[in-house]
Design a binder for this molecule. Sequence first.
Ligand code: ADE
Ligand code: ZN
Ligand code: ZN
Length: 306
Amino acid sequence: MYCLRSLLILFYTLHLTCGWGDVGHRTVAYLAEKYLTKQATQLVEDLIPLNDTFDISDAAVWPDKVKFRRPFTRNWHYIDAVDQPPNSCAVSYEADCNDGCIISAIDNMVMQDLDLDKKKQGEALNFLIHFIGDLHQPLHVENKCRGGNEIHVHFDNHGGEKENLHSVWDTDIPHKILGIKHRLKQNEEKEPAEKWATKLFQSQGLRPLHAECADTQKPMKCSMLWAAETNRLNCDYVFKKGIEWLTENDLGGEYYEGAAPIVETQILKAGIRLAAWLNALAADKASSGGHCTPQGGKVKAQKELK
Ligand code: ADE
Ligand code: ZN
Ligand code: ZN
């Protein structure tokens, strides 16, 4: 009995802090891939050992797989903005980043010492691909009820299973948009993610890649802008109806209808912004001969990257 309880508790905590579900992360990566310059494609191929079974979308979900082996990476996936949605929304690096958060993690990944060995640079790239995705999930930029993890809700009554608001945004909404099962095996995720990425790419017509912020010299400037934009969604939609309403209604109905276009837009933005950053990083690296940071000076190797 004790064992069963411990197992259940472990299972519950494992469920607490995923990023977008795997399908969302894979889609962001496949979408970004479509916008990469030759130089950036080369950089990705140089740093990530891609093969028939490991593609850029596997790189995107890798940081969730190592969370358990590297518990110190857990708080790199979010920033706990202490605010009061739906009445007030705000995120501050100084007040909310505590002992490390998604903003400092992105900064560290972008500013990696390029003299680190390839494996470590590859890991940094995996983290970057993943965190740009997480930064666009509203509940990853929110402290309230641990980013919605503690708000128990219903979503299409999945076998009577209770969900939490966080996983509704990570997984249930994306899966419903794609018309796929609640739970998928890993090898069932790639095809719907590819299709979603293609659809989002086509939605942009022939518009060339344009991200309003691609300043890799000051990664925090862009990431804080995006964090503020994502955080705002908690007031404008995620918590708008109040926690009581959220817990008393099935979120697979009208709530889903309003949330789906927000999720599509966030995944689209994440893919485009990631691509713009990878293109800029690849250009920086080429112009520095691959031995200096974008600023031309050596930057700290990230001590946590073991
Ligand atoms: N744990 C605590 N806050 C969190 C958040 N905003 N997102 C994911 N996991 C968390
Ligand atoms: Zn999550
Ligand atoms: Zn994550």
